[in-house]
Design a protein around this ligand. Structure first.
Ligand code: PEP
Length: 256
């Protein structure tokens, strides 16, 4: 088993040419020995070209925040996985709760997007998570298993060999409210056990990262949980010092 810790920044709909260049310069200067943790940045579509150029031959990997389930054709406003691959995008977020909720993305559509990413050789970062109402109703595992099963039933467990899961409780995203490490750890362990039922080796190798108000001051405690392999970081990825501190918190994790 080898699960390299992974920290991905999700810039969401933030950025600008000058701000991106300054942020990446600070990150690249501060990152140093990056081999213990893999770092990716998921940027808005218009900045893929700029950021792809700035990250070439650096330890930071490029990602996107969404993609079309289609490969080409009459889909105005959509961006295909093959277009993302043209910019050396290695990762793409699928099923982020902001898209599941605001854009009414169903589990089936998310599974289709997952397949489109894999078909283009990209690594989907599949977001799973429950709302506050679902948590209060004790339905957390039911919800994340349903979201995961939509992908497993369509693509099979082997598809997870080139994928990352991100457990992101909806009530913790952008809320300044983080799941307690043990609370998140329980869900991560349950997700891994779910995959293990299908394939033990796939489960052992699968990276499951946590997202939801990860900050410099809570990252180490979250990442210390045995089944938390890093973080998907929104707001804090826009601040170089904060994001670097989160990446460093990933250095402490085991890599074997
Ligand atoms: C996210 O965008 O996936 C996220 C977890 O955001 P934040 O870190 O701001 O809660």
């Amino acid at each position: 088993m080898r699960r390299q810790p992974f920290v991905a920044g999700n810039w969401k709909m933030n950025g600008g040419l000058a701000a991106n260049a300054a942020l990446l310069k600070a990150l690249l200067q501060g990152l140093g020995a990056a081999d213990a943790v893999e770092v990716a940045i998921c940027v808005p579509y218009p900045y893929l070209d700029q950021v792809s150029r700035l990250l070439r031959d650096t330890p930071i990997t490029l990602g996107a925040q969404d993609l079309s389930p289609h490969t080409a054709g009459a889909h105005t406003g959509e961006v295909s996985a093959f277009m993302l691959a043209d910019f050396d995008c290695r990762y793409v977020i699928v099923g982020h709760s902001e898209r599941r909720i605001s854009h009414h993305e169903s589990d089936d559509l998310v599974a289709e997007k997952f397949g489109a990413a894999r078909a283009a050789g990209m690594i989907p970062v599949l977001c799973l998570g429950e709302t506050l109402e679902e948590r209060r109703a004790d339905a957390t595992l039911e919800v994340v298993f349903r979201q995961l099963d939509a992908v497993l039933s369509r693509h099979g467990v082997t598809a997870l060999a080139e994928a990352v899961l991100a457990y992101e409780p909806v009530w913790a995203i952008g809320a300044g409210r983080t799941a307690k490490p043990e609370e998140a750890g329980i869900v991560h362990r349950a997700l891994r056990q779910r995959v293990a039922k299908e394939d033990l080796a796939a489960a052992a190798d699968l990276r499951i990262i946590y997202g939801g108000s990860v900050k410099a001051d809570n990252a180490a405690a979250l990442f210390a949980q045995p089944d938390i392999d890093g973080g998907l970081v929104g707001g804090a990825s826009l601040d170089a010092d904060e994001f670097l501190a989160i990446c460093r918190a990933g250095f402490g994790k085991r890599t074997t």
